[in-house]
Design a protein around this ligand. Structure first.
Ligand code: KIV
Length: 290
């Protein structure tokens, strides 16, 4: 950690658990951010975030794919292991990728067990409402805590006709509430609400006993999650309207590369302070040997 890294916020030192997440509802806002590797997990953890999500969004923001559908369990294990290594206080949650749980309870158990055993994660997230309640129940019964994810579920974006705001009608909002209740009943310890109108997220938040974590779901949620590359301005592609950019790292990083390239080409780098010297006698011997 550099001397520039601020200490975690006061009272934020105890490791975050599923129990402390549940207890936060109504008491304090929960902070979640995605991370896909060791250095960013280390920085997020040191900043005092509550939960680090190793999202399958990594398929897009770190693997450069156009959607999340091709992300595999092996890839999730690889990235989750790196994030787990960087988090000492935050609770790390790993996304279960497309088709790793939809086929049924057995697939969900086998793939979540791999994430727990091979990546060392202690909680998973999966997308869907009532239809995945059996998987959630089985995972929780097996000792694997689950975060739900409803509203815009990117793994099903094709069914929605793209990345579109969900639950815009009263009828659809009621169905979202049914899904949120089903996930709570099945044993989820929190639920992500993505891209739903703020009043709908407020209603769901007030109607269930587990924390809601919003992304594009307004201020009434019990917590917020953002994709790291969006919030840090590392994503040079499309950034959704609901994102707030807290830094502009892409420009900073690119300028550093440009300056480095210029200095290598001009000979300005490396300078004497970047070089190792040689004992004078050895240098003289070397000259003679030539
Ligand atoms: O994959 C992801 O990063 C997510 C968040 C957008 C909630 O699921």
């Amino acid at each position: 950690m550099s001397s520039h890294t601020p200490p975690p916020p006061k009272g934020a030192e105890a490791p975050v658990t599923t129990l402390s997440v549940r207890k936060a509802k109504g008491a304090r806002k929960l902070v979640m951010v995605t991370a896909y590797d060791y250095p960013f997990a280390l920085l997020a953890d040191a900043a005092g975030v509550d939960m680090i999500l190793v999202g399958d969004s990594g398929g897009m923001v770190v693997m450069g794919r156009k959607d999340t559908l091709s992300v595999t369990v092996d890839e999730m294990i690889h990235h989750t292991r790196m994030a787990v290594a960087g988090a000492s206080r935050a609770l790390v949650v790993a996304d279960m990728p497309f088709m790793s749980y939809e086929p049924g309870v057995d697939a969900a158990l086998a793939n979540a067990a791999r994430l727990v055993r091979e990546a060392g994660v202690r909680a998973v997230k999966l997308e869907g409402g009532r239809e995945v309640a059996p998987q959630v129940k089985a995972l929780v019964a097996a000792g694997i805590p689950v975060v739900g994810h409803i509203g815009l579920t990117p793994q099903r974006a094709a069914v929605f006709g793209g990345f579109k705001v969900q639950a815009k009608t009263a009828a659809a909002a009621e169905m979202l509430l049914v899904d949120a209740r089903a996930l709570e009943e099945a044993g989820c310890f929190a639920v992500v609400l993505e891209a739903v109108p703020a009043p709908v997220a407020g209603l769901v938040t007030r109607s269930i006993g587990i924390p809601t974590i919003g992304i594009g779901a307004g201020p009434e949620c019990d917590g917020q999650v953002l994709v790291l590359h969006d919030m840090l301005g590392l994503n040079t592609g499309h950034v959704p309207r609901f994102v707030k950019k807290y830094a502009g790292l892409a420009g900073i990083v690119q300028n550093a590369f440009v300056q480095y390239a210029e200095e290598v080409r001009s000979g300005a780098f490396p300078a004497s302070e970047h070089c190792f010297g040689m004992d004078e006698a050895e240098a003289a011997a070397l000259k003679k040997a030539k």
